[in-house]
Design a protein around this ligand. Structure first.
Ligand code: ACM
Ligand code: ZN
Length: 751
């Protein structure tokens, strides 16, 4: 036991000034056990921290830095008699910890270094939100342990580039939420971001590019959405020798060492990803001889891959990784392996020879051969290989850890684990935080359960949960925060907290209390969605507009002429009556003036549409035609070749339809009574719904899973309905019908 001697601690509420009221306890992720007593403990003006084992010294320094950043008070590391005592528990579950705040100070005990890091995360969330207040802590007893050992976040630094300081701040916030794996996507088609001494052109050339279509989309969206965080920062643009502008940047090997050390101090392991053999255009265009043919570039979706038939390419891969091994001490490395366009491999004599020499009959098997070749090399170097679940397709080695991202292939987890492979879950449907957020995403993350089909042994192979931030549409660090928060808090809770401790309503309450903490850390999180608004509303005589935001710190402003609300626009103060067609735009503004997403909401005055009168006999279900459609908009689907004709119970993708999908779904919808009905059309990618020939929901264009809501006024009976839909890479389509009060209506469909 350490000796507790502390002259700086004044205990008990009775001695506190009014300023020193402890914050409400609202920890994310939810700990396993919390016992809060009445009262607080106030640390003195010169608080101190001590460790009982030298291995915890970096943790004490990290705590000291975080403490000062959060409270404005220095926390001195002392050899004994500290107000805060960090103790190493030599046994216990990795990452578990206990924390006790009592008269006499704070005692934290961590199982291993990472246990202490997790204890510090909890302590950081007990500190006052506002800098400069006395440090009053609630009297509390926490004992906690992680559900999963792997709690990760991937950041794609290829599509857009984030500086070392930007990443350090992110890593610090990851530690605050007990995330412990930083997966660094360092290379891709659009930019090679890590210095490789043996191949200098990878960064001299491969780290810079002229603006691409994603850059122009970001800039166009910044203007369209009046959202400055979509703009490309000037600091990442340079003027090339020929006077043109180039975008880019890269990490030197010293930068990498700096990040790895910074993360290690915070208990975070760094997993480098060098994506191969696909997603490699930046390398292929920097060095000759890595691809099958000289001609390289983009196909319809993916780029020319590297050529696994060429020994030079294998040598390149080994040499690059050899330099990475020296930079990244963590045992896991990520080889990517996703989305390989194998067309060239079919035509390439070297690839075909490699296949013949190794008795391979298909190109996916050639990728598997390459994976196994690289994996053997990793194993010789003491490394374990992770790959995206695409590598299941050609056959898995027993050693690969699979990252399952293709949530439209729900058998992925079962396939990997029944084969005995470790699994990390990163399903695109909710855990890709680069997708647009809306009010379905947070509960989606929280309630997602992909393990129902796994037996106990298979479930044990699930190592953890991970999230991805792909960078195509994340050009600035401000946008990065906007995409990640608050969603990453739900991922963190999903990965850490035991299911019996998880409750969505309770989580959202704690989240609200975390928002000022994020704000204080400079994390410009996305302001919560405005709720109560449909994209389209229909009324027959009058209607009422009611808007709500769970974050009481925001001000809601609106316009009635379709323009973007600004700081000077009228403030929404409560329900408003509408009697004529009005086109509202609502928007939340934060205290610092930052803007939330704008919500357009049309209120259209209309009549009840007549039902069709016909003697015709209908069959149940809807006619569902599948066209082989590769386009990016609903218009044009019917001009594509017809592939299949089906009847489906409702609006959905026929199970036979795969890859290029264009659907035309027609028939009649039968509604049980006169009234205004609400239509929730959810799709990935685009869709459109017309009823009685009127466009009710226009959810068109290439986009992630998104629900748009419209209304239509109808008389009891049958109304013609038509849905158009397209997708090319694993999509989703659903339609829900509700009455005016939001109650689901079981409409009947006929054709
Ligand atoms: C991926 O999203 N292509 C792994
Ligand atoms: Zn080849």
């Amino acid at each position: 036991m350490m000796k507790l001697k502390n002259i700086f601690i004044l205990a008990a509420v009775s001695l506190m000034s009014a300023m020193a009221v402890a914050q409400n306890v609202a920890i994310i992720p939810q700990p396993y056990h919390i016992d809060q007593q009445k009262g607080t403990v106030v640390l003195g003006a010169k608080p101190t921290v001590e460790v009982d084992d030298a291995s915890l010294m970096p943790a004490a320094q990290y705590l000291s830095d975080a403490f000062e950043a959060q409270t404005g008070t220095k926390l001195k590391v002392v050899s004994k008699g500290g107000d805060i005592r960090l103790c190493l528990a030599k046994d216990g579950e990795e990452g578990a910890y206990s924390l006790k705040v009592e008269r006499g100070g704070v005692t934290m005990s961590g199982s291993g270094y990472t246990g202490m890091i997790n204890a510090i995360a909890t302590l950081r969330q007990l500190l006052p939100v506002v800098k400069g207040e006395k440090v009053a802590l609630p009297k509390i007893n926490v004992s906690d342990r992680p559900r999963y050992g792997w709690r990760g976040l991937m950041v794609d630094c290829s599509r857009h580039f984030y500086t070392v300081d930007e990443l350090k701040k992110l890593i610090d916030v990851m530690a605050y939420y007990k995330l412990n794996r930083f997966h660094w996507h360092l290379t891709d088609d659009q930019g090679w971001r890590v210095e490789v001494k043996r191949y200098p052109l990878l960064t001299v050339k491969g780290a810079w590019r002229h603006f691409n279509n994603q850059d122009s989309l970001c800039m166009a969206n910044a203007a369209k959405e009046d959202m400055p965080n979509l703009l490309l920062p000037e600091s990442k643009i340079r003027t090339a020798a020929d006077g043109t502008q180039e975008y880019g940047g890269f990490y030197t090997q010293d930068d990498v060492r700096d990040i790895v050390a910074y993360a290690a101090k915070r208990g975070i392991d760094v997993v480098p990803e060098i994506d191969m053999p696909g997603h490699s255009l930046a390398a292929i265009e920097s060095y000759d001889g890595l691809s099958c043919f000289d001609q390289t570039g983009w196909g319809r979706l993916f780029t020319t891959p590297m050529c696994p038939g060429k020994d030079k390419m294998l040598e390149f891969c080994r040499n690059v990784w050899t330099e990475m091994f020296a930079l990244f001490p963590f045992e896991y490395v990520h080889i990517g392996g996703d989305e390989v366009d194998m067309k060239n491999w079919k035509k390439c004599a070297d690839c075909q020879k490699r296949m013949a020499d190794n008795g391979l009959t298909t190109e996916p098997q050639l990728q598997t051969w390459f994976n196994h070749y690289m994996e053997a090399f990793f194993r010789e170097n003491g490394k374990k290989m992770i790959a995206w679940d695409d590598v299941i397709d050609g056959g898995l080695s027993p050693y690969t850890t699979v990252m399952w991202w293709r949530s439209w292939l729900p058998k992925g987890p079962k396939k990997a684990t029944s084969h005995g492979n470790d699994l990390i879950d990163v399903p695109v449907s909710f855990f890709y935080l680069s997708t647009r957020e809306d009010d379905t995403k947070l509960p989606g993350i929280y309630n997602f359960n992909p393990y129902e089909t796994l037996n106990d042994n298979e479930a044990k192979l699930v190592k953890g949960i991970h999230s991805c931030l792909w960078g195509e549409r994340v050009a600035s660090v401000e946008r990065m925060w906007y995409q990640l928060f608050p969603r990453l808090t739900a991922v963190a809770e999903k990965a850490w907290s035991m299911p019996e401790r998880m409750n969505y309503d309770d989580f959202t309450k704690r989240l609200l209390m975390q928002l000022p903490r994020l704000e204080a850390m400079g994390v410009k999180y996305r302001l919560p969605d405005l709720t109560g608004l449909n994209r389209g509303n229909v009324f027959v005589s009058t209607d009422t507009v009611k808007v709500f935001c769970i974050d009481p710190s925001v001000t809601i402003r609106y316009t009635k002429d379709g323009t973007m609300p600004q700081q000077t626009s009228p403030v929404y103060t409560g329900p408003m009556a509408v009697t004529e067609t009005t086109h509202f735009v609502f928007r939340a503004f934060g205290r610092d003036g930052r803007k939330g997403d704008a919500f357009r909401s049309d209120f259209v005055k209309d009549q009840l549409h007549e039902a069709v009168t016909t003697e015709q006999q209908f069959q149940t279900g809807l006619s569902n035609l599948w066209y082989d459609y590769p386009g990016d908009w609903c218009k044009g689907i019917e001009e594509a070749p017809l592939k299949g004709e089906y009847v489906t119970d409702g609006v959905c993708i026929p199970k036979e339809a795969k890859e290029n999908i264009g659907l035309v779904i027609t028939g009649y919808l039968e509604v049980p009574e006169d009234g205004v009905y609400t239509f929730r059309l959810y799709s990935d990618d685009g869709s459109q719904l017309t009823v009685d020939g009127v466009m009710v929901v226009d959810n068109d264009g290439m986009h992630d899973a998104r629900e748009l809501v419209g209304q239509h006024a109808m008389k009891k009976g049958l109304h013609p309905i038509r849905v158009l839909y397209f997708d090319h890479n694993g999509g989703d389509l659903r339609l829900k019908v509700e009455d005016k009060h939001g109650k689901e209506v079981k409409v009947r469909y006929w054709h």
